[in-house]
Design a protein around this ligand. Structure first.
Ligand code: GLU
Length: 560
């Protein structure tokens, strides 16, 4: 075999490995090689062992060296081709197995919602693929936005999502670290205590001008800093500002507040032990450094924050993590704003954090979403810079792929209307528990005179107009004089355009399905065994639901 061929195989093996978490798949490599050199199709038997051995060689390389080698051959191959289905996240520069440290940094203001799950899952996926360390960092240095219950709820939600946390860090345990960095910044001449009214300070910045405190000497600034720490200033009367570049073209990046005074609200965990609190840009930069972060994933909305935080890294000569800013995803319908939801729970408008109208992880779990569906969804969305429109339908499709196989089928009749069937003494029906799994058997119905069923009100209306209808798996009826008249069970009527509707025997179990809108769909359901509690089933012609309980009546939540 020629050296050229080996080089071609190696090139595609490297590409496949780089694009799919460090492991090339021989089949995928074979496809690429044969597409490039179709003449090899007749020699596949000889080419395959070569592919196998080259793939093996490539797969033992570190992801870093795979990346470098491919970059040297053809850097354009580091990116996926358009239209190619993603089955993993792209490797990020500098990712080495065993050396990746990443973090999820939620503010503990409530449990996690769909928006949080993206960054949690993406970080987790990288950590899993690169034997990395996942840090869950509770960013609780804004006492106004801390809900003490969230310290427990967030880890529970992460566990449900299948996120493996290696270390948990609580920022309010680290005030000493932030204070120490603040003092060092002052000593380096990189921070000042500003006591100007905030609008004045901002106005000056806009004009690229320093406030009178910016150039005070280190000694005077340190004195004021001590005064801040010992509570000599009231809230909003002094801040510690980190210097950047007053002439920076982006006004948002010019000098930023690193620490402020908060005395009006005690910290829900620390009480009134501290009166000086770090702002996000300071605590995030400091922690990202001291916790050894190698890669930071964050939304594009954090771009200015990254620019600010980089100043702190540069002043101390710290190695910066690799930052990735992905495009935003707007989740329009779900109620995600934690403070609004919290208020709604307290006022009784929502039943709790798992109210199915909400976009919380708890609400999704209650509705029957599988954590893997959320994971696949976000990984396939990827980390591109373009903004994406969130689509519930897409998420539903991922979940349906997972739940459909295991979801038994049942008849549920909502907005029910009773229908008496004349002309039959006894009717039997069999309906498959799952259309794709005959081995699961049938649900069996046995109705004896006087026979009556419940059907969906709307179905009956349109059936009346058509005059005849097929009751699924039971038989055909003609609708006249307010009743149904049995016409036998010949399926060939379907050719005449009979519509099929579903039904339940009269006297069936009452059932309520709570919809994502909060509305309850009430009706009757055929017998559902108790082992379905907690599982997702399909109510035919209605949708997937998660069964909460089956007695004294059935209660379920609509999945999709
Ligand atoms: N707590 C911040 C957030 O969730 C940190 C994010 C970051 O620094 O990337 O928005």
């Amino acid at each position: 075999m020629s050296e050229d061929l080996e080089a071609t195989i190696r090139k595609y093996a490297l590409q496949n490995a780089v694009l799919y978490s460090g492991k090339a798949n021989p089949k995928a490599v074979q496809g690429k090689v044969l597409a490039e050199s179709p003449e090899l199709r007749s020699k596949v038997k000889e080419v395959l062992p070569l592919i196998a051995s080259i793939v093996k060689e490539v797969n033992v390389m570190s992801p870093e060296s795979q990346y470098r080698e491919l970059e040297g051959i053809d850097a354009s191959m580091l990116k996926k081709e358009k239209g190619e289905r993603r089955i993993g996240l792209p490797m990020l520069p500098g990712m080495e197995k065993g050396k990746v440290v990443m973090r999820f940094a939620p503010g503990p203001s409530g449990p996690l919602h769909l928006g949080h799950t993206r960054v949690a899952i993406l970080n987790d996926d990288y950590c899993r693929n690169y034997d990395g360390r996942f840090i869950n960092r509770m960013e609780d240095t804004n006492p106004e936005k801390v809900d003490p219950d969230a310290y427990d709820m967030i880890p529970q939600d992460l566990e449900w999502l299948g996120v493996k946390v290696h270390q948990t860090v609580i920022q309010s345990d680290r005030f000493d670290v932030y204070y120490d960095v603040a003092r060092k910044l002052i000593e380096m001449g990189k921070a000042y205590v500003c006591t100007c009214p905030v609008e004045e300070w901002r106005g000056l910045k806009e004009k690229c001008l320093p406030c009178p405190h910016r150039d005070e000497d280190v000694g005077a600034t340190l004195d004021k800093w001590e005064n801040m720490l010992s509570g000599k200033y009231e809230e909003e009367k002094a801040v510690l500002v980190v210097k950047t570049d007053l002439k920076h073209p982006n006004p948002a990046v010019r000098d930023f507040v690193g620490l402020r005074i908060v005395t009006s609200v005690p910290h829900p965990i620390k009480g009134d032990r501290y009166c000086v609190y770090p702002m996000m840009n300071l605590s995030v930069a400091v922690d990202d450094h001291f916790l050894g972060l190698t890669h930071v994933l964050r939304g594009k909305d954090h771009l200015n924050n990254t620019l600010r935080q980089e100043y702190i890294f540069r002043y101390f000569g710290w190695k910066m993590p690799h930052y990735t800013h992905y495009g935003l995803v707007r989740v329009p319908e779900a109620i995600l704003k934690t403070s609004i939801v919290g208020r709604g729970i307290r006022s009784g408008e929502y039943s709790g954090w798992d109210d199915v109208r909400l976009g919380t992880v708890r609400a999704l779990a209650k509705r029957g979403f599988r954590p893997e569906a959320i994971r696949h969804f976000w990984i396939d969305c990827g980390i591109k810079e373009t903004d994406i429109e969130f689509s519930w339908d897409n998420l539903y499709a991922y979940n349906k792929d997972l739940v459909d196989k295991g979801a038994n089928r049942y008849f549920f009749v909502w907005d029910p209307v009773r229908l008496q069937i004349e002309g039959a003494q006894e009717l039997r029906a069999r309906a498959p528990r799952h259309p794709d799994h005959p081995e699961l058997g049938d649900r069996k119905f046995h109705l004896t005179a006087p026979i009556a069923v419940q059907v969906v009100g709307k179905d009956l209306e349109s059936a009346r107009q058509a005059g005849k209808v097929r009751l699924k798996d039971l038989g055909n009826v003609e609708l006249r004089d307010g009743n149904a008249h049995y016409l036998g069970n010949d399926l060939s009527v379907l050719k005449e355009g009979f519509r099929i509707i579903h039904w339940v025997p009269d006297g069936s179990l009452p059932a309520s399905v709570i919809m994502p809108s909060g509305k309850s769909m009430d009706g009757f359901v055929e017998p559902v065994p108790q082992e379905e509690e907690g599982r997702v089933v399909q109510f035919e012609r209605f949708g997937f639901v998660k069964v909460e309980s089956v007695s004294p009546k059935l209660l379920a939540y609509f999945t999709h």
